[in-house]
Design a protein around this ligand. Structure first.
Ligand SMILES: C[S@@+](CC[C@H](N)C(=O)[O-])C[C@H]1O[C@@H](n2cnc3c(N)ncnc32)[C@H](O)[C@@H]1O
Length: 260
């Protein structure tokens, strides 16, 4: 997987000057702290822990972990994400952080592990991973036997906003790509085609199940456009089940039986 393939919404400031880019991505990291504060505390206890962030991007969740007292945080992402924006965001915190961090460019499937992480945390990433089962199987190499995997993701592909594009609710499911509005750029179309694994919620659960995990906690975020569901459903019904379409996102915490 190349860095180019992974330029998502957070990766669209590639042409500006180096200083502008650092400021842009620092603000991106800072902006999404509120999202992390809202959804991650229920899923991940990071204080005093070693955390592996899967799909760390520019460092949004790494900063959240450090702000919440993590001991050491390792971020892994196939895309090239230099640390200057994260360094700058850490500098601007009101209190210094005690924990340390490192960002690794790579795919967890290819990395060696020492079963020394307390938590694997992944936020808004699982819908982008093309070999999800192999990824979840690899967790055994990194997680302590009593560790936890904390996953949050929104929007899912089959949700109303699942295209990650400026389209109407579920438009990506009831129109062919060549019928999308002309304003959708070639790059956006390419990201739509190549950067989303198009798994249903049930398929995520199957991956967790087949990777040997216990489900400790699970919450869903109902789709915010459910009131329009009946008007679009007749145009989609050959492609999905109602259950696939009604979930905007989910959060869950997983453990191996050895945690008990
Ligand atoms: C929407 S971004 C989210 C980044 C970060 N978690 C955040 O919220 O700021 C999705 C990220 O998933 C990463 N990604 C894609 N495939 C991946 C894989 N197989 N393993 C880990 N990360 C992956 C992309 O490179 C990208 O950084």
């Amino acid at each position: 997987m190349t860095a180019d393939k992974n330029k998502g919404a957070e990766g669209q400031h590639e042409d500006a000057s180096a200083t502008d880019r650092i400021t842009h991505y620092k603000k991106y990291i800072q902006h999404y702290q509120a999202h992390c504060d809202r959804w991650l505390p229920r899923l991940a206890d990071v204080k005093g822990k070693r955390i592996l962030v899967l799909g760390s991007g520019w460092g949004t969740e790494v900063l959240w972990c450090l702000r919440n007292g993590a001991l050491d945080v390792v971020g892994v992402d196939p895309a090239d994400r230099p640390t200057q924006p994260l360094d700058a965001a850490i500098e601007e915190l009101p209190e210094p952080v005690a924990g340390t961090f490192k960002l690794i460019r790579g795919n967890i499937i290819d990395l060696r592990g020492g079963q020394d992480f307390d938590v694997i945390l992944s936020n808004n990433v699982v819908e982008h991973i093309d070999s999800l089962k192999a990824t979840f199987f690899s967790f055994r190499r990194f997680l302590k036997p009593d560790g936890r995997v904390s996953i949050f993701s929104d929007p899912l592909y089959y949700s109303s906003a699942g295209s990650h594009l400026p389209l109407s609710a579920w438009e990506h499911l009831y129109k062919e790509e060549d019928e999308f509005p002309a304003e959708i750029t070639g790059r956006q179309r390419s990201e739509f085609r190549h950067m989303l694994n198009r798994l249903t919620f049930m398929e995520y659960l199957s991956v967790f199940r087949e990777s040997g995990f216990i489900l400790e906690d699970l919450f869903i975020i109902p789709d915010r456009h459910l009131r329009h569901f009946t008007s679009v459903w007749p145009r989609i019904q050959r492609k999905a089940f109602p259950l696939d379409l009604c979930l905007e996102g989910f959060g869950c915490r997983l453990a191996y039986p050895s945690a008990y």
